[in-house]
Write a protein that binds this ligand. Structure first.
Ligand code: 8YV
Length: 328
């Protein structure tokens, strides 16, 4: 690798990662790593970025204007993840800081989990497991029946890479797939699905699955009005970002029986508080944000995040840039 400059750049790694992968960074950079559990707290983050030319962050680590102001040397924010709603991209761009993410390498893992949740809702898998373990499975006693997915309609909101991967899987399960996206005819692989207006999709779907970025336009997109349009027999799946759903409105709709159930890998606040109303509902499946959580996918994400970081520090165009206008 060519020398980056006379002085080795400083990098703050705001997450715990496998040593052998992170060694790629320390070969050419001075590294300060977060050594604690979870994510650095605010003070640790502010101290960590003070001398940093680059940072590896993640969905859980807010990098806002104040963090950027505390990091006068910062040139690149490399997110370990496809989402970048944790970063104030406008503030980064204004400072000429390049923001990078890891699209593509996690699409299959997230789509697999989405289908797992869809099938778990349809076939009542968590409930069936409890039924057996709690010894309610007696001769002649049976639990409530599930529902077929073949012939049912899946409504995908957000037909990006992950939405298309979900669509391909759902078509293979015999489902009719409709989608809504800000881009009416996304180029390339149309993934065998048909465009619908948002309201039409919500009214037609037996399952609705969310695959949009969290932006101002998508915050609380699924609120009281959208939920009221859904069939009372329909299920909602969210492997995108918790903020896309108005969680209080979802709790109210589920309690009123206006929706059959929901499966959530993401929440407005993560982790949710133990007494969070959404966690008290029997027709909710809740997972701890594991959409990309496979060994292979997390490894590929980290490699791509490191590729992005090192390319930007060398002054080259990184493979995946969110704000190309910051490249100067
Ligand atoms: C997280 C994600 O990044 O890719 C995303 O946007 O939300 C996840 O893959 C992952 O949990 C690591 O923080």
């Amino acid at each position: 690798m060519p020398a980056m400059s006379d002085e080795r750049p400083h990098v703050y790694i705001g997450l715990r990662g496998p040593e052998e992968a992170l060694a790629r960074i320390s070969e050419v950079c001075e590294v300060t790593s977060f050594e604690g559990v979870g994510i650095p707290d605010r003070d640790e983050l502010l101290a960590g970025v003070a001398a940093a030319d680059g940072i590896i962050g993640s969905a859980q680590l807010p990098i806002d204007a104040a963090v950027l102001a505390a990091a006068p040397r910062m040139r690149v924010i490399s997110n370990f993840g496809v989402g970048f709603d944790n970063v104030d991209v406008a503030a980064a761009t204004a400072r000429g800081v390049v923001v990078c993410n890891t699209p593509g390498v996690l699409s299959d893992a997230v789509a697999d989990l989405t289908m797992g949740l869809l099938l778990s809702l349809a076939r009542r898998l968590p409930e069936a497991e409890r039924f057996l373990r709690e010894q309610r499975w007696k001769p002649g006693a049976s639990m409530a029946l599930g529902t077929d997915v073949a012939g049912k309609t899946l409504g995908i909101i957000g037909l990006g890479r992950i939405g298309r991967a979900v669509s391909r899987r759902a078509v293979a399960f015999g489902m009719d797939v409709v989608y809504h996206d800000a881009v009416r005819d996304p180029p390339g692989d149309a993934a065998f699905c048909t465009y619908r207006d948002l309201d039409e999709l919500l009214a037609a779907a037996d399952f609705v699955s969310l695959h949009v970025n969290l932006t101002e336009a998508t915050t609380a997109l699924i609120g009281e009005r959208a939920l009221a349009l859904m069939k009372p027999t329909a299920y909602l799946i969210n492997t995108a970002r918790g903020g896309v759903i108005d969680q209080a409105a979802l709790v109210a709709a589920l309690q009123r029986g206006e929706l059959a159930g929901a499966a959530l890998d993401v929440f407005e606040r993560e982790p949710p508080a133990p007494d969070e109303p959404i966690l008290q509902l029997p027709n909710v499946i809740a997972l701890p944000h594991i959409g990309s959580g496979t060994v292979e996918t997390r490894r590929a994400m980290l490699e791509l995040a490191i590729d992005n970081l090192l390319a930007a520090l060398r002054g080259e165009r990184p493979p995946c840039v969110v704000n190309p206008e910051a490249l100067g």
